[in-house]
Structures are given as C-alpha cells and as structure tokens.
Design a protein around this ligand. Structure first.
Ligand SMILES: Nc1ncnc2c1ncn2[C@@H]1O[C@H](COP(=O)(O)OP(=O)(O)OP(=O)(O)O)[C@@H](O)[C@H]1O
Length: 314
C-alpha cells in the first residue's frame, strides 16, 4: 500500500458568494511529483494556499502526517515548503541574506542555519550567486532561490504554484530538472495550466476545473484516457479539400500551408490508418503524420462527455 503524508478531505472554499473550490479530496504520497492541472481560475492556488495553511478553508480538512492544519498549524507547517505563485523574494537582499532570513523564520536551529543555507544553495544551483542581490538575478535563478527557500527546513512536502510560469524554454527545462531531483527524497505537488508541463514532470495528476476535481489518477492512465482528436499531416500531393472532408470520421479540415493539413476527427475512429491507406492508394505522397495532444478545453470537454465512465478514480 502507498504511504500518504497528506490527506485532504471534502475541501471547499468561497471567498464571497461563489465556491472557488468545492468538495475536493485527495492524498499525497510520500515521494514523487503530483501535478495539479487546471485552466486559469480553476482553483489551483486556492487549493495550494489552503494546503499550506496560508488560507483557511470554509469547509473540509487538511491533515499533514495526521496533523490537522487548522488545529495545529505550527506543527503542520514545519512539514511543508511553499513557493507561491508570486515568489516571496526580497529583491534588495543577497541570496545569502535572504535564505538566512528564511531559515530563521522557518525555525531552523540557529547552529544549523549556515549549513542549511549552504546545502539548499548547492542543491538548487545558486551557490555561485551567494553575494548577488536577488533583484539582479535572471527569472530562472530567482525561481531557484524561491525553491531553495521552500527547502530550507527540510520539509516532507514541497508545494510549488506554477513554478515555471514566465520562464524561457531553457529555464523551464532547468527548473523541471531541479523539481525532479528534489522529488527523489520528498513529495512535490506542483500546479500548471499547461498540460505538457505536467506530462513532462509528474507521475500523478489531478485535473481541476471550476473548483471541482474532474480527474485524478496516474499520468499514464490520464494519457491512455485522453484520446487525441486532431492530426497534422504533410502530403506532397494533397487532394482537394472536399476529398479529405468526405473521409468518414473527419470533422473538419484546415490547410496550414498548401502541403501541411490539420484534420480534426472523431476520436472513436482510427483515422490515421485510413489516411495512410488512402494516401498510398491515391498517391498523396504522405511525408509525415502526427497525432496532436488535445488542448485543455478539449480535454475538459472529453472528460465531461465521458461521464458515463469513471473519470474520477481514487
Ligand atoms: N482573493 C480572492 N477573492 C475573491 N475571489 C478570488 C480570490 N482569489 C481567487 N478568487 C477566485 O476563486 C477562483 C479560483 O481562483 P484560483 O486563483 O484558486 O485559481 P487558479 O486555478 O489558481 O487560477 P490562476 O492560474 O489564474 O491563478 C477564481 O474564480 C478566482 O477569481
């Protein structure tokens, strides 16, 4: 049986009249990365803020190693490191000054503070910037410092709210790698509104929309559950639009260039095979065919349409 360090039960929150999250329950395993996927306003930050004890829920329970966050926040928070959506950095401090301050407010033993700062700097790859003002670091390095402060007190769980937001592609790859490395000896939960971000990093996924969980399982099950519903094909000798539109199962056809064509199709039909067969038979000279991953909106629509199947699994 998998060991859990976090148990969230029936969590609901409303800021005013409407529910921002409603009846959310899930567990977090002791190690590995759980991705929280959802579009803007889905309820990711609300869930994470409650999980970290920054926001007090309207209803429900958060237990960290059995400790109730509402009843004993000091003990529960010792076990959690948090990087909120807007990293809480002091731009006028050096990396050393800032991390020392974080160690102090995170109640790290005074005799251990220097060692703790050195350890997280090393781990997060910012040791060479110890004396640099945080305001003079690039976005990627600021984010590393943000992750370092979340690790300073050796928490069991690290919560990262959209940690790759606003970074350039290289910085995204580096921060992803750091997150994977951190998760080798602790649990990590991280949120994103980008599916590929979660797919590249997480073993487990929770998808949240309109404040409700619409899917929770392993990443592998998610990938198996969501069928692609469009493909892009390169044909050196493409037929007329009407010929492609007439293929059974095709819903729409768009010429991206005169040779590259995007086709949306009914995911219950194996359209790729038909295209390959037709291409050979009718000399369309197929060069490339790629199934495209669905957008978040399309996935949400698919999940809603599959309500007859058990979309939410525990
Ligand atoms: N302080 C607040 N006061 C009132 N409503 C809020 C507040 N914070 C969030 N909300 C609302 O709660 C809902 C969930 O917001 P939340 O920030 O949790 O979503 P999110 O998935 O993190 O989105 P984003 O990626 O845009 O931050 C949204 O409808 C949002 O407008």
């Amino acid at each position: 049986m998998l060991e859990h360090i976090v148990k969230i039960e029936g969590l609901s929150h409303r800021y005013s009249k409407d529910w921002a999250v409603k009846d959310i329950s899930f567990d977090i395993h002791r190690k590995g990365i759980l991705g929280l996927l959802g579009s803007n306003g889905a309820g990711k930050s609300t869930t994470m803020n409650i999980l970290c004890g920054v926001l007090s829920q309207t209803e429900g329970k958060v237990l960290i190693e059995g400790i109730n966050m509402r009843e004993n926040p000091e003990e529960a928070k010792k076990r959690i490191g948090f990087l909120p959506q807007n990293a809480p950095l002091y731009l006028e401090q050096t990396v050393d000054e800032y991390l020392t301050y974080c160690a102090y407010i995170r109640l790290v033993d005074k005799r251990r503070i220097k060692a703790a700062v050195d350890e997280v700097k090393e781990r997060c790859g910012v040791a060479h910037f110890s004396k640099r003002l945080i305001g003079n670091l690039s976005g990627g390095y600021r984010q590393r410092v943000g992750i370092a402060q979340a690790l300073i007190h050796k928490p069991l769980l690290v919560v990262l709210d959209e940690p790759t937001n606003g970074l350039d592609p290289n910085q995204i790859l580096e921060v992803r790698q750091l997150i994977k490395e951190i998760a080798t000896d602790r649990a990590v939960i991280f949120s994103s509104h980008i599916l590929s971000e979660i797919q590249a990093t997480c073993q487990d996924i929770i998808m949240i929309e309109g404040g409700n969980i619409v899917f929770k399982d392993t990443m592998e099950s998610f990938n198996n559950y969501i069928e692609p519903d469009s493909l892009v094909t390169t044909l050196e000798n493409p037929p007329a639009l009407s010929v492609l539109q007439a293929i059974p199962g095709i819903r729409s056809v768009e010429f991206v260039t005169d040779k590259i064509i995007r086709m949306h199709f009914d995911p219950t039909i194996d359209i790729a095979e038909s295209i390959v067969e037709l291409s050979v038979g009718q000399h369309w000279r197929l060069k490339e065919i790629t199934l495209e991953r669905s957008s978040l909106d399309a996935i949400f629509a698919q999940l809603s349409n599959k309500k007859s199947k058990p979309a939410v699994q525990s």
